[in-house]
Design a protein around this ligand. Structure first.
Ligand SMILES: [Zn+2]
Length: 154
């Protein structure tokens, strides 16, 4: 980086920036959210060429470039913990107060994991590969947080 002036007597000040925003979910993303909200079902899409099942659903298979927007499959509400991290800082955009667990969960029948909150277990007891299930929120937010969290299957 080119630097034309001496900054050794200057401070760097950390700031925080929160930007409310909206984005267009499209038909595939909208159906995913409305099915969560109205039917308490997690849906993915399957590529008929390679068999890969995507969740959250997408319009096109990343491998085959097939249009898969109408190839819906019901994935059920349980899956396996693929990976996780403990979030240990608070920030206005996060869905929970720290500390909490963000997990990658591969739903049964899916080939791609989703990221969501894992609750109902002590951090020290979490094990990769454990079975988990979705717990739906009582009130909708019309977002992925219509799944309130995942918890271990007893
Ligand atoms: Zn494919």
């Amino acid at each position: 980086m080119r630097q034309d002036f001496d900054t050794s007597d200057c401070y760097t000040i950390d700031g925080k920036l929160a930007l409310p925003y909206s984005y267009f979910a499209g038909r595939v993303g909208s159906k995913f959210i409305t099915t969560l909200r109205d039917e308490k079902k997690i849906m993915g899409v399957r590529c008929e060429t390679c068999g890969k099942v995507f969740v959250p659903p997408r319009q096109t298979c990343e491998k085959c470039m097939e249009d898969i927007r109408d190839k819906w499959v019901d994935l059920g509400n349980s899956g396996e913990l693929v990976n996780y991290t403990v979030v240990r800082y608070n920030d206005g955009h996060l869905p929970r107060k720290a500390p909490f667990v963000l997990a990658m969960i591969k739903l049964d029948g899916a080939d791609t994991p989703i990221v969501h909150i894992l609750e109902g277990i002590g951090f020290e007891k979490i094990e990769i590969g454990m079975k988990v299930k979705a717990v739906f929120a009582e009130e909708t937010t019309n977002t992925i947080l219509d799944i309130d969290h995942f918890e271990p299957v007893q």
